[in-house]
Design a protein around this ligand. Structure first.
Ligand code: HEC
Length: 447
């Protein structure tokens, strides 16, 4: 009897979608009466704060998404497709699997927010009083102190459609080591900028990058996976919707005198005419930090140097996996920022594959057999390369392994488009170009 009652009770709870804590019954009663009597959601009071926090970073006039949601008229005109995109969970785009970990600046909707948008878009979609709008606290731009804004010397008009990847070399005229402690990319032509990745080029690699730049007659040079030199260090990335990042307090990435920066721009002009773009990178800098950070590039060195990442022609699920305990090699892996044999913390994670990538994950495998998931992306898209800042850092102890796993579809279904045509099916291996693949993890790490 007790059990039967308990399951009846939990069925009610499930049906009305709230969880029961202390005072659960009272909460249910309150929720039931609120549901029965509350007015339907309005644009200004209920929907606009959600749209402002979760949609407008892309859906704004001249923005990257196909229509704006700046006003009631904009939103109400698209309410049928809003309802289906929200119901199917295709919008807002938020690639990480939420059961893996929790992140800062999470763009996904809570269940309550989804229900509000759905109730509004599938109902009468009333406007409500403009005075009832309260701007949301969430979704606000990251508070960055801008110490330096950098960008290409002149605007660039994309010359290759639909996708062009272009690297711009930027001088770094500092006489002392500076630490990047945060960054934000402000796209120039927001309609066509799909991603921007900021790399640092160490003094010994500057000549190689300069050669690539000089060999290409237009501004910058063509580049796909990376700026084309092995030693390029990842500083940060931007995809539409990102509001920038400030690194954990008192940590930063060192840039030594004599370095250069390279900003890789990905332009997508599939649905928009090419226009001049001069995007800027705003950097927050410090002369000193308490703890130097490194962006660790995690991959199997044998894939890179011996070409052992063999993806057979036609294989629809080629799995590439690598795990290794790194703590005895940290000086090398971090370019000297971290020490060997000590624990270190992972604060953010990113994944990088090319067009045939389907899904991938990054885990920490602790010596006691437990695993912590840092990032898992189940439906990889090259167009959404983001960096995800963990709510809580993961501690990696000596003996723990870092593990990366990538799945590739090398059947006819997922070949990259080259010159307007799908590439022919053939064996694929590690490399820089659209035709090659990568399986790379990136971690912001400190001791
Ligand atoms: C990070 C950028 C971004 C954010 C944030 C975003 N969208 Fe989109 N949205 C897009 C892009 C880009 C498209 C075009 C289709 C595509 O490329 O997937 C799109 C398309 C759509 C469409 C057209 C139908 C479809 O699925 O293609 C609807 C409706 C939509 N978005 C609703 C929303 C709503 C509602 C929100 C907020 C809850 C939202 N979007 C947040 C980028 C974004």
């Amino acid at each position: 009897m007790l059990n039967a009652r308990a399951s009846y009770y939990s069925a009610i709870v499930r049906a009305i979608g709230i969880s029961v804590g202390i005072g659960g019954l009272a909460a249910i009663a309150a929720a039931c009466s609120a549901q029965a009597h509350s007015a339907p959601p309005t644009w200004n009071h209920d929907v606009r704060p959600i749209v402002s926090a979760k949609c407008q970073s892309c859906h704004t006039q001249g923005g990257f998404a196909p229509f704006p949601m700046d006003s009631y008229a904009d939103a109400v005109a698209h309410r049928a497709s809003i309802a289906s995109a929200v119901a199917n969970r295709t919008m807002p785009p938020w690639p990480p699997n939420d059961s893996c970990n929790t992140y800062q600046h999470d763009r996904s909707l809570s269940e309550a927010q989804r229900n509000t948008l759905l109730a509004w878009a599938t109902g009468e979609a009333p406007e409500g009083s403009p005075a009832s709008y309260v701007p949301p606290a969430e979704g606000a731009a990251v508070a960055l102190k801008i110490d330096r804004s950098i960008g290409a010397a002149a605007p660039y008009v994309p010359a290759i459609s639909p996708d062009e990847y272009r690297c711009f070399v930027i001088d770094w005229n500092e006489t002392n080591t500076k630490y990047v402690t945060g960054l934000r990319v402000t796209p120039g032509a927001i309609s066509e900028v799909h991603h921007a990745i900021v790399f640092q080029i160490a003094p010994q690699d500057v000549a190689a990058v300069q050669k690539l730049d000089d060999a290409d007659p237009a501004a910058g040079y063509s580049c796909f996976g990376t700026p084309g030199v092995d030693g390029a260090g990842w500083v940060g990335a931007w995809v539409p919707g990102s509001t920038g990042e400030v690194f954990p307090a008192d940590t930063g990435i060192a840039i030594v005198p004599g370095s250069k920066l390279v900003v890789q721009m990905h332009y997508n002009t599939a649905n928009t005419p090419p226009v001049p773009d001069r995007s800027t990178v705003d950097l927050q800098l410090a002369d000193t930090v308490k703890t130097e950070a490194a962006v660790l590039k995690w991959t199997n060195p044998s894939w890179v140097f011996n070409h052992t990442m063999s993806i057979a022609a036609g294989d629809a699920d080629s799995v590439q996996q690598f795990s290794f305990a790194p703590t005895n090699f940290m000086v090398k892996a971090s370019g000297g920022a971290l020490k060997n044999g000590l624990p270190f913390s992972i604060w953010s994670a990113a994944l990088h594959m090319h067009a045939r990538g389907v899904k991938a994950s990054l885990h920490v495998e602790h010596a006691d057999g437990t695993r912590e998931c840092a990032l898992q992306i189940d439906d990889w898209s090259f167009h959404w390369q983001g960096t995800y800042a963990l709510q809580k850092p993961i501690l990696v102890q000596p003996g723990d392994k870092l593990s990366i796993e990538c799945h590739f579809d090398n059947s006819g279904k997922r070949q990259p488009t080259i010159g307007g045509q799908g590439a022919p099916v053939g064996p694929v291996n590690w490399g820089e170009t659209t035709e090659d693949e990568m399986c790379l993890g990136l971690f912001y790490a400190t001791q």
